[in-house]
Design a protein around this ligand. Structure first.
Ligand SMILES: [Zn+2]
Length: 684
């Protein structure tokens, strides 16, 4: 059983909610009280459902969740904090906090020693082995000095399946030990073990303290695949928490109060050799929030130097702006400016971006012209400014539609900025870039966009006091049945919640839970899909997917990870992700991936199908909640009709109509696209 399930089994949501000072009162099978999250004094709008161990506010919040979500929301906590707190309360020992024993620590020390010895072994081979001639030529070709080769402890692995193994066997290391640190690989079919690294330039990866924890290995065979082979993920080699070059760069990062992130190991070495020593690289292709947090301990100022192709930025941004077709192809969106702005807020950091000239990487640029490097870095722009620049670069001066589309692209970014002065600054910048005389029209567009993305109509919006004609409400609006007079809590005395309609309601809930599960899983598996889904939703005037769409605390937390994965230049595999997550979240991910995936889903149709499923589960939740609400509504007298719950009900029904319209439009557009209609392209 997962840690979170264990905690949920041991705790009763009713107790937890009561302990937070919410007075609950039994109402049928459920409990009601005044909502602790919004001013709510007249009609209790907060419900706890003991059978499903979930809660929901039927009033202004219109949000619900499980015990984790409740504690997170109540304390403004991250999932991890809620987990630790509730685990303590439930007496559950979390997998993460189970103590390391002495045996384990001794084994780790031996592994560290082995890896260090291995680094030395490969170093010696690079210097002396006759077979290392090509490796030495490669190093010379890269113009790496002896000092650099020495500082980074570059080495060479012989072109042999046996050499490393027998060398270390002779030194008393067992095959199991060599396998554990990733020096050997094992063939799954035959169970044989052999050297993992063969005919490769060996680049030791060190942790913050300078201990060798693994290797990055570049092939010396022009046809060799993969070009870079890293050590496998292990206890020591946790890519999500390692930064290449940080042990040597940390002092310089602090001195310069700035860190430059590049994409390749060689970029770091060449920069170092030329005296640019605050340069580090993400591991392989992945850049995680954990890595950024590690860097943040040295400085709050980051420059991301993106290769022009990897920056995919331009392509991605353009595709968002104009061409749906490109978007589909770019499912693997490698750069998401909005995610970066949010990350910047979360880390309280200053993130700047610079793109390298076409066809260049830092290594080639610095080697050709060292002075160009600081000049290039000086061009780094804050994320929003960078996006404005990219989006408006080749905009036709008199194309109003294109300008509006460009504005749509940048405004959500600006909206994510907390500081009003900064926000205004960028609005003005955008107005200038778009050649719009009046910045107020942008402000208006921003407000309009925000409204259409708001999760549902707000209470400040005038609401008809009561239906005047059948046309003013959707067909499934059923005025509440007169029931027993409300008691002092305002709820009908003979509540029938979860009776009758409740069964249907919980069946719906189960289905929408499956849709939620599938959404999380697909977005973890296909990181680009998330931004595409949000783009589709906002294009159909639906709000983007946020934490409030999910019931489980873990899923709310995973959504942040999904948003982050959509942000980063490239992403880790699911296994790597699990290794970098807290155990409770990793358990959730493994559970999601334990079931076989739904077959037959074409990747390019994935965002469409996910966006539709989002609308489906939103509809289901509204239907389910309205079933309950209908029974809660006080008898339909005119005075009671302005009551919060009634208003909420009416709004939900309108929201349903709104979603249904979007759903129709969306599936029609999807059909047109798959038929190769005017709105899209032919299926590939
Ligand atoms: Zn509320």
């Amino acid at each position: 059983m997962t840690d979170t399930q264990e905690i949920k089994n041991r705790l009763d949501l009713v107790d937890v909610v009561t302990d937070y000072g919410v007075q609950l009162r039994k109402s049928g099978r459920n409990y009601t009280g005044f909502c602790p999250f919004h001013p709510n004094t007249r009609t209790p709008s907060f419900y706890v459902f003991p059978e499903t161990q979930t809660w929901r506010c039927f009033g202004a919040c219109a949000e619900g969740g499980d015990v984790f979500s409740f504690v997170m929301k109540k304390n403004g906590w991250e999932f991890k904090e809620a987990l630790v707190d509730l685990a303590k309360r439930a007496g559950v020992t979390l997998e993460d906090s189970r103590p390391k024993d002495a045996v384990h620590e001794a084994a780790e020390a031996r592994q560290i020693a082995l890896l260090d010895t291995a680094a030395t072994y490969y170093q010696q081979l690079l210097i002396h082995a006759p077979q290392a001639e090509a490796a030495r030529r490669y190093v010379a070709g890269r113009a790496l000095s002896e000092e650099t080769v020495d500082a980074f402890r570059l080495g060479f692995a012989l072109d042999s399946y046996e050499a490393t193994r027998s060398h270390f066997n002779a030194q008393g290391y067992s095959d199991d030990e060599l396998l554990a640190v990733g020096l050997l690989s094992e063939s799954e079919e035959r169970g044989t073990r052999y050297d993992r690294f063969r005919n490769r330039l060996m680049i030791p990866i060190r942790d913050l303290d300078g201990r060798v924890v693994g290797f990055g290995a570049r092939t010396l065979d022009p046809e060799g695949v993969p070009k870079y082979l890293n050590s496998p993920q292990s206890m020591l080699f946790d890519k999500g928490h390692l930064i290449f070059g940080l042990d040597m760069a940390r002092r310089h990062i602090r001195d310069k109060r700035e860190v430059v992130l590049v994409e390749g190991y060689l970029d770091v070495m060449t920069a170092w050799q030329h005296g640019f020593r605050n340069v580090v690289a993400q591991m392989g292709t992945s850049l995680t929030e954990a890595q950024l947090r590690l860097l943040q301990k040295q400085t709050k100022r980051f420059i991301l130097a993106l290769d022009s192709d990897a920056a995919g930025a331009k392509a991605t941004l353009r595709s968002l702006q104009l061409a749906r077709e490109t978007l589909d192809r770019d499912l693997d969106v490698r750069f998401n400016a909005r995610g970066l702005v949010q990350l910047e807020g979360r880390l309280n950091a200053d993130i700047r971006i610079v793109t390298l000239p076409e066809g260049q990487d830092p290594d080639s640029l610095i080697r050709a012209e060292p002075d160009a490097w600081p000049r290039l870095l000086a061009e780094a722009r804050p994320v929003v400014e960078y996006v404005i620049q990219v989006v408006t670069a080749d905009l036709p001066r008199d194309d109003a539609k294109a300008k509006s589309a460009a504005a749509d692209q940048v405004l959500p970014l600006i909206d994510d900025i907390a500081d009003p002065v900064e926000r205004d600054h960028y609005l003005n910048k955008l107005a200038r870039a778009l050649d719009i005389g009046d910045v107020n029209s942008l402000r208006l567009a921003a407000t309009r966009q925000k409204k259409s993305q708001a999760r549902r109509p707000t209470h400040s919006r005038p609401v008809e006091p009561r239906p005047t004609s059948p046309d003013s409400f959707p067909s499934d609006f059923v005025p509440p049945e007169p029931d027993a007079p409300p008691d002092e809590f305002g709820t009908p005395a003979r509540s029938t919640i979860n009776g009758g309609g409740g069964k249907i309601a919980s069946r719906r809930l189960r289905h929408s839970t499956r849709l939620e599960d599938n959404f999380i899983r697909q977005c973890l598996e296909h990181p680009g899909a998330f931004s595409t889904v949000n783009y589709l939703l906002s294009r159909h005037k639906q709000r983007e997917v946020t934490a409030i769409d999910f019931i489980r605390g873990e899923d709310k937390a995973l959504l942040a990870i999904i948003a982050e994965r959509a942000t980063l230049p490239a992403v880790a595999t699911i296994d790597e992700l699990c290794d970098s997550l807290d155990s409770a979240l990793a358990q959730r991910v493994r559970t999601l991936f334990a079931k076989p995936s739904t077959p037959g889903m074409k990747l390019d149709r994935l965002p469409d199908s996910l966006a539709l499923s989002v609308l489906d589960w939103r509809l289901e939740k509204i239907r389910e909640h309205n079933t309950i609400l209908k029974q809660l509504l006080p008898s339909g007298s005119q005075t009671e009709f302005s009551d919060e719950l009634t208003r909420s009900y009416i709004e939900q029904v309108q929201e349903m109509k709104h979603i249904n319209r979007a759903r129709d439009a969306m599936s029609a557009a999807g059909r047109r696209r798959s038929n190769g209609g005017p709105d899209g392209r032919k299926p590939r």
